[in-house]
Structure formats: C-alpha cells, structure tokens
Design a protein around this ligand. Structure first.
Ligand code: PEP
Length: 251
C-alpha cells in the first residue's frame, strides 16, 4: 500500500499578521518552485485561520487548527466548535497534542471525543500520541501510546477509522532537539499500525502515521524513509519557510 506522504506544520502559539503574511507568501512561492510531492498543511492559532483562508485558498498548502471543542455550540466560553473551523476552510485539526495533555489536563477520553467532533463535520483529525522519557525508560512506550490510541478507536464508527491521521510524538523529543532514531520511531509506528489493524484490518494500511519531535531538514529524509513513517508533524522547523519546505521536499 503506497500512502502519500503528509507534512504538517504546527505553529503552536506563534505568529502575527505580519509574520504570517511573509511566511505564507514564502511557503506558497516555494511550493510552486520546489519539487514537492506530498500533501502539506499548516495548523495555525485560531485567530489566523481567516488569514490562511484569504492567503491560501486555491493553493496546494492546506490549513487547520490546533484544537477543537467537543461541543457543537453553547455556553462554553473560549471554546471553538468544529463547524467554526469549517467556516474558515480548515481541512485538519490537531487533537491530543502532548502540550494540551500536559498543560490543559486533556485525557485520552477527551481526545477521543474531540476526534469524533472533528470527523462529524468532515475535518481530518491528527490524533497525537506519545510517551514521556520516564515512560520510555520504564519500557512502557507501546503500552502508553497503545492506550492513547485505543481510547480514540473505541469511540469511532467503523466507517471513520480510515479517516484519521495519527501522529507519534515522543514527548521527550518535542522542541528539545532530541529525535527518535528512525528505527525507534519505526518500531512504534509499526506497533501503532498493528493496533489500528486490530480495530480495522482494512483501514490500517490506509492510515497515515506521522512522526513528530524535532524533525528538521537534516533528519527528515531518513525518518520518512521508514516503511511506516508517512510524514511529519513539525513544530519549530515549520516557522522557517526554507526548513519546512526542505522537510516537505524530503518526504
Ligand atoms: C510539535 O510540537 O508537534 C513538534 C513536533 O515540535 P518540534 O518539531 O519543535 O519538536
């Protein structure tokens, strides 16, 4: 099964109208001139979704959000509904990023509900899973990421399993400059795909599993050459057009 590679930038809480304008222009220009043959997207802070819609409509660069509410509407101050993301042309939404799990106490059950909320309106959820350093050192990586994924799979209708994207992001590698070796990442990706297959053997080969955690131009090619690594979720390097484009070109 040949899965088309997907490279997604996670801007986190960075940017300004002026800085984004320059970055999006550089990315759009680069996409036209460089040899990039993968799906590519940026997940930006919610206030900048309208800017993406205005700047990127019709471009090969898709966009999305970094979180979504489990509620459709109502008295949920500060929350953003999935339909609102659709109003601004989003294709993707990240759910369960480790920063939201750590700083906003998001449980795997909540992440599962967010995944469902995204799927209900046709958004592609990028479901993040990953272990801490202590969990890896205790030999618990597969158990931890397996439980995080299973919580999501438990809520999905059979017809929806193939519609998710999974991102394996070891917490110890995010923003630290430490990257999982290609083989370390491949081992976890293969275990995740087995888990997906246990839920839906037909869907598992179709689901993109991205690697995230200090992916840079100089390590992207070897990571994405692994058989179960279908692209990258990129934090820091997504804020520099040249780096992000180089990673996409390596995909
Ligand atoms: C991320 O936050 O999703 C991420 C992968 O960050 P970085 O690339 O900076 O490690």
């Amino acid at each position: 099964m040949v899965r088309r590679k997907l490279v997604v930038g996670n801007w986190k809480m960075n940017g300004s109208l002026a800085a984004n304008s320059a970055l999006l222009a550089d990315l759009s220009a680069g996409l036209m001139s460089e040899k990039i043959d993968c799906d590519i997207a940026v997940c930006v802070p919610a206030p900048y979704l309208a800017q993406c819609q205005a700047a990127l409509s019709g471009s090969a660069l898709a966009w999305g959000a970094q979180d979504v509410s489990i509620h459709a509407s109502g008295a949920y101050t500060g929350e953003i509904a999935a339909t609102m993301l659709c109003d601004f042309g989003c294709r993707y939404v990240i759910v369960g990023h480790s920063e939201r799990r750590a700083y906003h106490a998001e449980t795997s059950q909540l992440v599962a509900q967010k995944t469902v909320a995204a799927l209900q309106v046709g958004l592609t959820p990028i479901v993040c899973v990953g272990e801490t350093l202590a969990e890896r050192e205790a030999g618990r990586t597969d158990v931890v990421v397996g439980q995080q994924l299973d919580a999501v799979l438990a809520l999905l209708d059979a017809s929806d399993v193939a519609k998710i994207v999974v991102a394996y992001e070891p917490v110890w590698a995010i923003g630290t400059g430490k990257t999982a070796t290609p083989q370390m990442a491949q081992d976890v990706h293969a275990a995740l795909r087995l888990r997906l297959a246990a839920k839906d053997a037909g869907a598992a080969p179709m689901i993109s599993i991205l690697y995230g955690g200090s992916m840079k131009p100089d390590n992207a090619a070897e990571l994405m050459a692994m058989v179960d690594i279908d692209g990258g979720l990129i934090g820091g390097a997504a804020l520099k057009a040249a780096d992000f484009l180089a990673i996409a070109a390596a995909a």
